[in-house]
Each structure stands twice: as C-alpha cells, then as structure tokens.
Design a binder for this molecule. Structure first.
Ligand code: SF4
Length: 335
C-alpha cells in the first residue's frame, strides 16, 4: 500500500458534489448515481471500488462526458477549475477530452482501431498539435518508450492485433498520457489481462503517475490492485458512495458493513482452504425504486429498525474517513 501523508489536505482537482444521474428505461427512470460526493485530489490516485452495477463506471464516464443518450444528470455538479462538467455542451467537452481529461478503457482491443496502425492512431490523437508529422511521430515513439514497449519505432507500423494484450494496453496508456492530462481515468484497465500482466500494468501506472503528476481515478473490483496502487479509496454501493478515506484507512479500518463484506469475499484475503468462495448474500436493490432507508439493509448482518426508516448520512469515522452507516452515529455527520 502506498505511503501517504494522512494529515495534509491535498488540493482538489475535481469536486463531485451531490451528483445524481438517471437512466431512462422502458420501466421508468433508473437512479444510477444518487447524491455522489467525492473529491479527486491533485497528484493522487483514487480507487473506486464496488460490485458490478454499483455505479463505478457510470461515475467515471460522467467525468469525461461519455454517457449514453438515455442518461441525464438530474442534480449536483462536477467542479473542475471553475467549470461544471455536469452541464457542459458537446463542443466544450471536445476541448477538454483528450487534453485535460483522458481515459484508459477496459479492453484495449476494442478501444484501438483494428484497421489503422498504432502509429497512425498516435498521430491522429495529436490533431490539435501544430507540430510537423515528423515531430508528432517522434513524440509517439517517446511515449511508447515511456510505457516500456521494446523497439518502439517499429511498433508504429503494426496493427493492434499484432500486439499482445499487455502491449495493446501499454499503447492505450501511452495514448492517454500523450496529451499530458490533468486527470486520467482508468476504467478496469487490467480486467482483460492475466495476473502477471495486471501487476506489470499497475506498476507502470504507478511509475507514470509519479513521473507526470496527474490525478488518476482507478476503477476496479480487484481490491488487491487498489491496495497496491491507490492513495485514496471510495467504495460505491447502489449508486452511492458509502465510504471514503485514504487507502490505509479503508484497508486497515473499514467502517461500513459493505466494505467489510467486500474484504471478506476477497480471494486474496482468504487464509484457509475452501471449496466455495464466500459471497455477499442477496443482490443489489432495484434502482428504479431505491429503498427508503439504507440501501444495504437487506444484506447487512447489523441492520436494525432504524436502517429501514432513515437514510444514513456520511458519518465521520476519522479525519478524512467517513462512512454511510448508522453504526457510526455517535460520530459527527458530514453530509
Ligand atoms: Fe447495516 Fe444499518 Fe449500517 Fe446500513 S445503516 S450498513 S443496514 S447497520
């Protein structure tokens, strides 16, 4: 786990405040994000964890303006340097995307164009740059070197299918960093890779973040990877952030029963031989009709009547660490 300064308050790059987002479905609006509040500090890596369907990717895509047509932001804001990203026009997004905010997607094979060479794709994304073709090509080689691709010059002339999965993801990382963004969003960038390649990519991301100093939002359901890479962690459940803190606080002192349950199910933490991997009983609630009280109530071993009636606020657990659970009620509510 990275060494972090637990007390100093880093400057914020992006501040998500009370963000709510609905998907329009045939059976009515699905409340995919519900009053999400999260700060992405400058120069740090924030991990976003939770089960599939809890809203991690929706939040990530809302930070880069790549939401599907049936999504609407129905409340809140995403503040970045005086801009509200939640309400930008398409033309304003085009100026930000690929300059100040970049993204690495889950599957490099589907995020690269299969019928265009790696080099051409790396030249194309420099379309705003007025330098010569030779200069852009040299920059592409430089960034392929940064991501430790051997013989980078020759790799400019190959097609994505001629590279291994790990090499393709390195190309995607090089392309995302080429414009030196302030915020790099990585949406499960290691899910399509095997365990060895996963660690290589995680080490590379860590090294490059240190070199370029950008903020990173790292979306993952792999807790071991998050512990290895991230400075801060936010845990999402049913479209809400239910716990926030530094990686050290979340991994050493998880306060929310959902976070605790996630850790109990993490194969990396199971110490005794077992034929069955543990799971969290039950399923996510139907977000077309979110429950009135705590969204985790039906699956929580500590639930009591108050949890059904009252929606828990974020209670302060420790400085910089809070969780949305009534068990922490003796502490101060922060939101
Ligand atoms: Fe469990 Fe109640 Fe806490 Fe929700 S508020 S996580 S149901 S104890």
């Amino acid at each position: 786990m990275p060494e972090t300064n637990e007390t100093a308050q880093p400057e914020t790059l992006v501040s998500v405040r009370d963000l709510s987002l609905d998907f329009d479905t045939l059976s009515g609006p699905l409340h995919a994000l519900r009053n999400v509040t999260l700060a992405l500090p400058k120069g740090r890596i924030t991990g976003l964890v939770g089960e599939s369907g809890c809203g991690k990717s929706t939040l990530a895509y809302s930070l880069i303006g790549l939401l599907p047509g049936n999504a609407s932001i129905v409340g809140g804001e995403i503040a970045m340097d005086g801009l509200d990203l939640a309400h930008l026009r398409a033309s304003e997004w085009r100026k930000l995307r690929g300059t100040r905010i970049a993204m690495i997607f889950q599957d490099p094979m589907t995020s690269l164009n299969p019928v265009t060479t790696v080099g051409q794709q790396m030249l194309d994304i420099q379309y705003r740059d007025r330098s010569s073709r030779a200069e852009k090509r040299a920059k592409a080689v430089e960034f392929l070197e940064q991501v430790q691709i051997p013989d980078p010059e020759s790799k400019l002339d190959v097609y994505p299918h001629q590279l291994s999965g790990g090499m393709r993801q390195r190309v995607c990382i090089a392309m995302a960093l080429l414009t030196q963004p302030d915020l790099l969003i990585a949406d499960e960038p290691t899910t399509a890779l095997d365990a060895t390649l996963e660690m290589q990519i995680v080490d590379l991301l860590k090294e490059l973040q240190g070199k370029f100093g950008c903020s990173v939002l790292f979306v993952s359901h792999h807790l071991g990877t998050v512990a290895e890479l991230c400075d801060d962690v936010a845990v999402m459940y049913a479209g809400e952030v239910v716990e926030r803190g530094t990686a050290r606080q979340i991994f050493h002192d998880p306060a929310h029963p959902y976070t605790q349950a996630l850790f109990e199910c993490d194969p990396g933490r199971i110490r005794e031989a077992t034929r069955e991997l543990p799971t969290i009983p039950g399923t996510l609630p139907d977000l077309r009709r979110p429950p009135r009280g705590c969204a985790f109530r039906a699956r929580c071993p500590h639930a009591w009547p108050r949890c059904a009636d009252e929606h828990p606020p974020l209670y302060l657990r420790d400085e910089g660490h809070d969780a949305r659970c009534h068990l922490l009620d003796e502490t101060e509510a922060v939101a």
